[in-house]
Ligand binder design. Structure first.
Ligand SMILES: C[S@@+](CC[C@H](N)C(=O)[O-])C[C@H]1O[C@@H](n2cnc3c(N)ncnc32)[C@H](O)[C@@H]1O
Length: 360
């Protein structure tokens, strides 16, 4: 346990790597991601779209992705960007996991203690069976969302690096919770954060609606145990439940607001459709279903964005994202019965936002 900063996980609101050397390594990866990944992307996209236009003329979102890839992958800057995106992600997960591993027993016992405390509002179903599709190692995280007991803390620090300094204090989640569309009658007693991961938005929803019952639902037990531990440390009175978005077991018309932040591009198309029907069932008439999600393909989607999403799906293990992007998601929502409104503006220009309202 030499040099292990055990205090870093005990009372702090957010995890800190167990060694100073890990923290500085991961700081480097985070800055590298920001500069080489995020800031270079618009330049890669510019070159890519120019080359596509020169070689293929006018194209649309139905032009086969194979043709687009053949051309863009030949641009040295684009190939370098791809290599960088893959490698830095692997560096990040490896070092994050290694950093928390010496504290594994301590972290697991603290999460268990929180889960078993009389104040805990976490429900884990002992007979719950994780569907195979949910066990993919999404974003290359070892063990994915469901199979690594340390998955919650590793996800938290890993996504801190992913957000490259923009979410160190849950600012991304705060913007979503501040701007989401409320039911017109403003009656808000029950709120659901579906696919809540480690409950960052769940907690902020409780801050926004202190008198409401706020529940976070997710398939991943390690994420929920961590979410519950963190919420209890922060003294936030929120509920967490293990379950499936497509079969939540909640009663009809139970929720005034359901929030879904980047869940749909991570589930297969048949599960997307079932989830939309399920949410229609559990939202009450007049309630809002607030969606923040990957973009849907349209004629306006540049070839570079299609190339990037395709790359990400293969090299960042997002096997279901193309299924979502090329699905007519708005049609799925209206077929379920929702009435759609444009969602609020969000500072992440990549995301689409939709407010789906269950008619009275
Ligand atoms: C990208 S994360 C969502 C991020 C999260 N909403 C937030 O506020 O940061 C996707 C989440 O959906 C969960 N998930 C995937 N399939 C699910 C399903 N069928 N039912 C419930 N949760 C699911 C995963 O475990 C993961 O935590």
């Amino acid at each position: 346990m030499n040099n292990i900063r055990i205090k870093s996980i005990l009372n702090s609101k957010d995890p800190v790597p167990s060694k100073l050397a890990d923290e500085s390594y991961l700081d480097f990866v985070e800055t590298f991601r920001d500069i080489a990944g995020y800031r270079n992307y618009p330049l890669v996209a510019q070159q890519a779209d120019k080359k596509i236009s020169n070689e293929l003329g006018k194209i649309d979102h139905k032009t086969p992705i194979k043709e687009i890839k053949k051309i863009i992958n030949k641009i040295p800057f684009a190939a370098t960007w791809q290599r960088f995106m893959r490698s830095h992600q692997e560096m990040m997960w490896r070092r994050t996991r290694e950093s928390f591993s010496p504290l594994k027993d301590k972290i697991l016992s603290l999460m268990e203690e929180a889960a078993n405390s009389p104040n805990s509002k976490l429900t884990i179903d002992k007979d719950f069976k994780v569907p195979e599709y949910a066990r993919e190692e999404i974003h290359l995280q070892p063990g994915g969302y469901t199979d690594d007991p340390l998955g919650g803390i590793v996800y938290h620090y890993g996504t801190k690096v992913f957000y490259a300094g923009t979410n160190d204090n849950d600012e991304v989640h705060a913007e979503i919770c501040e701007t989401l569309t409320l039911p017109k009658d403003q009656k808000i007693n029950n709120v659901l954060d579906i696919g809540c991961s480690i409950g960052q938005a769940t907690i902020l929803l409780k801050d926004k609606f202190p008198d409401a019952k706020v529940i976070g639902l997710d398939v991943g037990e390690p994420l929920l145990k961590y979410a519950n531990w963190r919420a209890m440390k922060l003294k936030k009175d929120v509920y967490f439940k293990q379950g499936l978005s497509e079969d939540t077991k909640f009663n009809d018309n139970s929720f005034d607001i359901v929030l879904s932040y980047i869940l749909f591009h991570e589930i297969p198309v048949e599960v997307i459709k079932k989830t939309v029907d399920e949410i229609y069932r559990i939202v009450r008439p007049g309630g809002t279903f607030c969606i923040y999600e990957f973009p849907s393909a349209s004629e306006k989607m540049p070839a570079s964005q299609r190339w990037m999403i395709d790359y990400d799906s293969i090299n960042n293990c997002e096997p279901y994202s193309p299924g979502f992007v090329y699905l007519d998601f708005k049609e799925v929502l209206t077929n379920a019965g929702f009435i759609l409104e444009p969602g609020p503006k969000n500072s992440n220009m990549f995301l689409q936002t939709i407010t789906a309202i269950k008619p009275k």
